[in-house]
Write a protein that binds this ligand. Structure first.
Ligand code: HEC
Length: 142
């Protein structure tokens, strides 16, 4: 192997970004977060209390798949042209990936309690990034 072959970095993957951050949020992040959040809840009516949670293999798989989509969408947030900076943005996206990964593990373990907690962690990760970056956009436009 020549020295040049050893030092030449491989060409970057020919990514073809389709969705900007806003469209990614609308089409991928928001709908899949809803699947996770709606999967475990308690509905209280005059008729009584209903505990919603995944019960069948198929229902657990649907939640797991949405959690995987969320986790990987965190990687999409880190990529050009969506990443807003190389520091805080990456940290917020990483927190989001970690929270989504915990939802994947909860679904694999078929634990409704852990899935509920992971849903809360996902919500916090959404909020932390929005507080830092979306509120800034809104303020800048005022
Ligand atoms: C790493 C940062 C980050 C994370 C994590 C994140 N978002 Fe966002 N989100 C943004 C930014 C930035 C925008 C503003 C995009 C724009 O308008 O250009 C946005 C916008 C949105 C919008 C508004 C789109 C519109 O119609 O204007 C929704 C809805 C949304 N996010 C949902 C979510 C949900 C739900 C989660 C968590 C499950 C989440 N986001 C996690 C950064 C993030």
């Amino acid at each position: 192997m020549s020295a040049a072959a050893c030092t030449t970095a491989p060409a970057p993957p020919p990514f073809k970004p389709i969705a900007d951050t806003k469209v990614l949020m609308q089409s991928v992040v928001d709908p899949n977060a809803d699947v996770v959040w709606d999967s475990v809840k308690t509905i209280i009516t005059a008729a009584g209390t209903e505990e919603i949670r995944p019960r069948t293999e198929e229902e657990w798989t649907i939640v797991r798949n949405s959690a995987i989509t969320l986790a990987e969408s965190g990687n999409l947030m880190m990529m050009v042209p969506r990443a807003k900076d190389g520091g805080e943005w990456m940290a917020r996206a990483k927190e989001f990936i970690d929270a989504s990964e915990s939802a994947i593990r909860a679904a694999e373990a078929k634990s409704a309690d852990r899935l509920f907690d992971s849903g809360g962690a996902i919500y916090e990760a959404c909020s932390r990034c929005h507080q830092q970056y979306v509120d800034a956009i809104v303020k800048a436009n005022q």
